[in-house]
Design a protein around this ligand. Structure first.
Ligand SMILES: Cc1cc2nc3c(=O)[nH]c(=O)nc-3n(C[C@H](O)[C@H](O)[C@H](O)COP(=O)(O)OP(=O)(O)OC[C@H]3O[C@@H](n4cnc5c(N)ncnc54)[C@H](O)[C@@H]3O)c2cc1C
Length: 400
């Protein structure tokens, strides 16, 4: 019996598990492999939706996805990886320590927001994890209970990248819905802060005019070339000395790969991602693969993968296929994702769908919005309670 051990129950981990089961069965070796997925939580968290209203429901029970295909699931936080001994140490929620061994390991523990350290930063919200997004949601809903004050319905979003833009463009409407209950919808203010001099610095110049149009339409204020230096429950101070009364500050700037990547003796990039080869094997570390936000792979000639669902999901399928293929002497598949696209939600101003690495605009407004809703509410969800569908999708390496 061969052991495939997957760490992480996000998009990459789930599709690695399905891909491994599928490839092992295809090789006639379904009974010769045990696929185990160890994850800190019991759910697949739909992270791309955490900027939306009511984030608590943005999850899918892992057992309903993986149970039907016989994946063994362990709820535990991995604390150590010994690639020499082929073992992993983990801690169950009860405090019980576990030791797990593997023939093939796939590290799919994702990424995490780099939280700021300025005075008052502990009270700043984020939308990186389900508990954090739920805390923000509950804070917003309770704002009417606060004494009227100048910044009660002001939200400052720090970081004008992809997540910051999606959140800032959604927040006005969310806040107005809440403030309206006491006739204070007019008081709503959303301020977007970024150290860069432009919005969406990593999105490039091509989509920027359309993004700026949306920001203008939604009356979102911009404070560019600045950052936050301190915050209290009532206001936030920017690096140029401006004090903005605000009951809500949300940090979205800066992501890093899971710290577990540091336990693999291999090259990592500035985001902490492990360098993997075309088969998603960690370079120089036998029997270890990485997929999703932990991995730095080549997406298309001259372009590295991005920390996105768009890449995490197919990386999982390829990594799962390849671990089983390597174990049972089948051909490994080089990672070849679909051509790069982006779909940015712009709240009531619609959305922006772009194609290519220079992000040429393909759809805007309501057309792009319908696509975004389809992506968020349908495409990124794995089938539940349905082994056949899951394995069928695991074998589709392209959406085309
Ligand atoms: C607000 C927001 C909006 C986004 N929008 C988009 C978008 O529009 N399009 C897009 O493509 N991407 C988007 N992303 C990025 C996308 O969500 C991530 O790239 C994707 O979730 C990565 O998948 P993953 O499986 O690598 O990691 P994750 O989804 O982060 O999953 C990691 C898993 O590992 C587990 N884990 C972590 N550490 C341990 C440990 N020590 N032990 C055990 N388990 C552990 C976690 O519990 C989790 O199950 C967005 C992200 C956020 C936060």
């Amino acid at each position: 019996m061969k052991d495939v051990l997957i760490i992480g129950g996000g998009f990459a981990g789930v599709w690695t598990a399905a891909g491994a089961v599928r490839a092992a069965r295809e090789a006639g070796a379904g009974d010769d492999v045990r696929v185990t997925l160890v994850s800190a939580g019991d759910d697949l968290v739909i992270r791309p939706r955490l900027y939306e209203d009511a984030p608590d429901g943005m999850r899918v029970p892992l057992d309903r996805v993986l149970g039907p295909i016989g994946v063994r699931r362990v709820t535990a936080t991995v604390t150590g990886i010994d690639t020499g001994a082929h073992t992993v140490r983990a801690l169950r929620p009860t405090g019980e320590e576990l030791a797990l061994s593997y023939d093939k390991l796939v590290l799919a523990t994702g990424s995490q927001l780099v939280r700021p350290g300025f005075p008052g930063a502990q009270d700043v919200f984020d939308v990186d994890t389900l508990p954090a997004a739920a805390a923000l949601d509950s804070h917003l809903r309770r704002l009417p209970e606060r004494k009227p004050s100048p910044g009660r319905y002001t939200a400052v979003v720090v970081g004008a990248g992809f997540t910051g833009l999606e959140l800032a463009t959604a927040l006005g409407e969310r806040l107005r819905g809440i403030a309206d209950r006491e006739g204070a919808a007019e008081d709503v203010r959303v301020v977007l802060v970024d150290l860069a001099e432009v919005v969406g610095p990593e999105l490039g110049a091509v989509p920027r005019p359309a993004i700026l149009d949306a920001i203008g339409e939604l009356k979102i204020e911009q404070r560019l070339g600045r950052t936050v230096t301190s915050a209290t429950s009532a206001d936030v101070t920017l690096s140029d000395g401006e004090v903005i009364p605000a009951a809500t500050v949300v940090w979205t700037a800066g992501m890093a790969a899971s710290p577990l990547t540091a336990q693999i003796p291999a090259e990592r990039d500035r985001l902490g991602r492990l360098a993997v080869d075309e088969y998603l094997q960690v370079v120089g570390v036998p029997d270890v693969y990485a997929a999703g936000d932990t991995a730095l792979a080549t997406a298309e000639a001259g372009h590295a993968t991005t920390q996105s669902c768009q890449h995490a999901l197919p990386m999982g399928k390829f990594a799962g296929h390849n671990v089983a293929a390597e174990l049972f002497g089948r051909a490994l598949l080089p990672f070849t994702p679909d051509p790069y696209v982006t779909c940015l939600d712009l709240g009531p101003a619609g959305a922006l769908y772009t194609e290519g690495w220079d992000r040429r605009i393909a759809l805007t407004g309501q057309e792009a919005k319908s696509l975004k809703q389809q992506i968020n509410a349908v495409w990124i969800y794995p089938p539940v309670d349905d082994a056949e569908q899951l394995l069928d999708q695991a074998g589709r390496f392209s959406n085309g």
